[in-house]
Design a protein around this ligand. Structure first.
Ligand code: HGY
Ligand code: MN
Ligand code: MN
Length: 416
């Protein structure tokens, strides 16, 4: 007799427990998590995750960029598994839920199916993607981008962090440079649960976001070359001040985003002054910059408008400014069938919901390029993320994991 799974629910206390237990790996005094990719804290949580996957009966595979794939057997092993998961790395001042909820909820789905003695028709594969955050190594969503064919493995292995450590060296330092080629584990579709990292669901008192689109992103690396000189004896008209020039560019980026809004954001997140000194006019500096929009045309307009604005500032201030486009990801339009599966599961479970566009980038955005993919959002407190204050509730995390469970069951089918 066909197993009736409609009343199946995940174990809320167990999921909540794993979220808070694993938050100790990289816990910060302010209640956040600092788990930079491929560092010692990432190794701790990876070791924990591998042990937990194996204890749940999954066969764990690790690819050449350290992404972790826990395969749960299905009745028909000739079918490519349904993928579910996210990432366990965090920002330097990250929170307990960004990426972590989706990865641990995927494990909870497997644990729940084990407890219920349910075998799916199609196998499942829970995934922890290496370096989703893009903070230590660029770009963001790095390993899933390589899986999707946007970068070669060798290119990514050679990328270095601010200390000059390569991805390859970092993988070796924590023992996670896997033997399997990137892309070897074939998946048939992918579903990712994530906190919204924005204010909409909470403001509208909705439990679930059915994510149908994701913003496009352009990342730039910038360098400025002015002329270092004495802060006291250099007259103002003779200065080629890189920091003052940088400040004009910061405000120009903000103005471009506002002028192209409301569907546009622009951010300068990092600046490093070479040989800083309080009584030296800054000569050289490097900085990062990004634009995002869910509209292809707006993203293209932002990029086109940027260069002449920067060139005018550079010429007027006699400071050379070089902008290198590091990474460009066009806006994501998720797969209609998987979106429908998420929406159907959500309505079957009776959760309030609405369609949303993701402001943040996610591994699912890369996976959508190579297989049917969609996402599930749950609210986070005040929409705050990439901040140690990041917070979510147990009921919302439970609801998201239940939607993930039933979405995956609808895609994988239940063995008779
Ligand atoms: O940048 C992003 O949107 C993601 O958090 N890495
Ligand atoms: Mn994330
Ligand atoms: Mn993030």
């Amino acid at each position: 007799m066909a197993k009736n799974t409609s009343n199946l629910q995940i174990d809320s206390a167990r999921l909540w427990g794993t979220i808070h237990d694993t938050a100790k790996f990289g816990a910060t005094p302010k209640g956040g998590v600092r788990r930079l990719t491929l560092g010692p804290e990432d190794k701790q949580v990876r070791d924990w995750f591998r042990t937990a996957c194996e204890a749940a009966g999954c066969e764990v595979h690790i690819d050449a960029l350290g992404s972790m794939f826990g395969i749960r057997r299905g009745r028909d092993m000739s079918k490519a598994p349904i993928g579910l998961g996210s990432h366990l790395d965090t920002q330097p001042t990250g929170g307990k839920y960004d990426g972590i909820l989706g990865t641990l909820a995927a494990l909870e789905v497997v644990r729940t199916l084990n407890d219920a003695g349910i075998e799916t028709e199609t196998p499942l594969c829970i995934v922890n993607w290496t370096n989703e955050e893009g903070s230590r190594f660029q770009p963001a969503m790095m390993a899933s981008a390589a899986y999707a064919g946007d970068f070669t493995t060798d290119d990514i292995l050679s990328r270095t962090d601010a200390e000059g450590v390569s991805v390859g060296q970092a993988l070796d330092s924590i023992g996670y440079r896997g033997a399997e080629p990137v892309g070897q584990i074939k998946l048939s579709s992918f579903v990712e649960l994530h906190i919204e990292q924005g204010p909409i669901l909470e403001a509208e008192n909705k439990t679930i976001g059915v994510v149908d689109h994701g913003q496009g992103i352009i990342w730039y690396n910038g360098t400025m070359t002015g002329f270092a000189s004495h802060a006291g004896s250099t007259p103002m008209p003779l200065r080629r001040d890189a920091l003052a020039t940088f400040s004009e560019v910061v405000l120009a980026v903000e103005k471009l985003a506002r002028d192209h809004g409301p569907n546009a954001v622009g951010t300068i997140g990092e600046v490093v002054v070479a040989n800083p000194s309080r009584n030296v006019i800054a000569g050289d500096l490097t900085f990062t910059m990004e634009f995002r929009s869910s509209d292809e045309a707006t993203l293209a307009k932002l990029d086109r408008a940027l260069h002449p604005v920067v060139a005018e500032i550079a010429a007027r201030r006699k400071v050379a400014i070089d902008l290198d486009t590091l990474w460009r990801k066009e806006p994501t339009h998720f797969n209609a069938d998987v979106i429908k599966a998420v929406e159907t599961a959500t309505n079957m479970l009776g959760y309030s919901n609405r369609r949303v566009t993701s402001g943040a980038g996610h591994d699912a955005c890369n996976m959508n390029g190579v297989m049917p993919t969609a996402m599930i959002f749950v609210p986070c407190k005040d929409g705050v993320s990439h901040n140690e204050l990041e917070d979510a509730t147990q009921p919302d995390c439970t609801a998201g994991a239940n939607v993930l469970l039933h979405t995956v069951l609808s895609l994988a089918g239940v063995a008779q």
